[in-house]
Design a protein around this ligand. Structure first.
Ligand SMILES: [Zn+2]
Length: 458
């Protein structure tokens, strides 16, 4: 059996759209699932859209996502070069072969010309600027088989004579793709279904050259809702948008894998996957024909699950940029934050008391369940201060025993002391951790300072 080779062929725009990343992911998963190769090829033939540093965004995004490539511009391979602008001459050579065969022609019309007759003129290479167009049949129809959508037939009169070589001598995206896919032995072409109707044009090129057709796997588009594509205007169409919002790469990959594909068999109900697990579970039978609707709530829930699965060390490393630099015990703070964080940017608002307690009024000490009020808080905090002062090692266990004893002696529940403690330390009715967690987080001196100040204000 022929070795399976898939490719990802992005244009360096400086951004990675989630739809493109998902195409890369599916191509990667398909190659891994079939012991094949995954090829990265950069489509930079549109010089007007050239962006400095944009190729690095492609490399960095794929590396961050774990989508390693077997061949590519930086790692080389048997079919180098993998940057289209470096293959420029071969496109012209094959366009000229098509002219010889009568399957393409020179066109000297201005852009937007709709009365072109060059098709019938059989021009020799013109001295004025020209483009080379594909000569498509004008009657009959062209059919092909897509692995997801089945048999697709397009009337040939719908097929325009697309440009193959532009006036600057560069190939169009479509032409370069066909040439490269053939010479790089790409066996399976995985891309968005917006290419379904232009696929017959590509197939006519393969046929004109007498080349074997690749298999096509067209995948449904990612939509904002039933009628709108996920566009850059929404502010959450790019991989970088989600990274900035505090989503984990593993969660982004997990979620976009499920946009247009669902697992089968034993994994049918499953939603949480690592990249390796996806590679084992992936198959084209799970790819849907219908558009995939992007659901930000679902993505958030999947991210929350990925955060819960991080080791304490991994979470701490991811959380510290959002916590900032404070003289607190990060291990205890992070242990409290991890189950309370769905996306990393949630952390900022949760730790706003670290520099100083949030502003609050004494009303905050009212709590029905804990039976506390500003009055009870005053005496409870005074007693608490005494307990903290006499506590030696300041561990949570030691503090808990001391407060339990205090509560028992005064026939109160621990919350009678611990709730005012939390308010005094943070100024917040809900904090990452209870009063004792926060005491340990701050240490003895800072805890006693804050409680002292809170008593003064009461
Ligand atoms: Zn023309």
């Amino acid at each position: 059996m022929k070795q399976i080779r898939t490719r990802f062929a992005p244009s360096p725009t400086g951004f990675m759209h989630l739809g493109n990343l998902r195409t890369a992911l599916y191509a990667w998963l398909y190659s891994k699932n079939n012991n094949g190769s995954f090829i990265l090829r950069v489509e930079d033939t549109d010089r007007s859209r050239y962006v400095e540093g944009a190729i690095d965004v492609i490399y960095e995004t794929l590396k961050d996502c774990g989508l390693s490539w077997d061949e590519g511009p930086d790692v080389g391979g048997d079919y180098a070069p993998y940057i289209q602008s470096e293959r420029k001459d071969s496109y012209m050579e094959y366009a000229l072969k098509l002219i010889e065969k009568g399957d393409a022609y020179y066109c000297i019309c201005p852009p937007d010309c709709d009365t072109c007759t060059c098709r019938d003129l059989k021009l020799e290479q013109p001295s004025q600027p020209f483009v080379i167009r594909q000569k498509s049949p004008k009657d009959g129809s062209t059919s092909f088989k897509d692995e997801i959508y089945g048999e697709i037939t397009v009337d040939n009169k719908e097929i325009e004579d697309q440009i193959l070589i532009k006036s600057d001598g560069m190939p169009t995206y479509n032409f370069a793709n066909v040439i490269d896919d053939h010479f790089m032995n790409i066996t399976h072409i995985i891309r968005g279904n917006e290419y379904l109707t232009s696929t017959p044009k590509y197939n006519l090129l393969y046929e004109a050259f007498g080349w074997e057709l690749p298999a096509y796997i067209h995948v449904p588009q990612i939509m904002r809702d039933a009628t709108h594509k996920l566009s850059k205007r929404d502010g959450d169409a790019y991989f970088g948008d989600f990274k900035e919002k505090g989503y984990l790469t593993s969660a982004i990959i997990n979620y976009i894998a499920l946009l247009g594909w669902s697992p089968k068999g034993g994994d049918a109900e499953r939603e949480i996957f690592t990249l390796d697990e996806l590679a084992r579970a992936f198959g084209t039978d799970g790819i849907s024909k219908s558009p995939a609707i992007f659901d930000s709530e679902k993505m958030r829930a999947i991210n929350a699950e990925h955060i819960r699965r991080l080791s304490p060390e991994q979470f701490k490393e991811a959380a510290i940029p959002y916590i900032g630099d404070h003289p607190v015990n990060y291990d205890i703070l992070c242990a409290a934050l991890q189950p309370r964080t769905e996306v990393l940017s949630d952390i900022t608002a949760q730790v706003d008391f670290l520099k100083e307690p949030c502003a609050y009024t004494p009303e905050l000490y009212y709590n029905k369940k804990m039976k506390t009020s500003p009055d009870t808080a005053r005496s409870a905090l005074n007693e608490a201060l005494g307990v903290l002062k006499s506590t030696e090692s300041f561990t949570k266990d030691e503090l808990y025993s001391a407060f339990k004893l205090l509560a028992e002696e005064n026939a109160q529940k621990p919350g009678y002391y611990l709730y005012p403690l939390q308010i005094a330390l943070t100024g917040k009715p809900a904090a990452p951790g209870g009063g004792l967690d926060i005491c340990v987080m701050f240490g003895k001196e800072e805890s006693m300072n804050r409680i002292g100040k809170a008593i003064e204000e009461l």
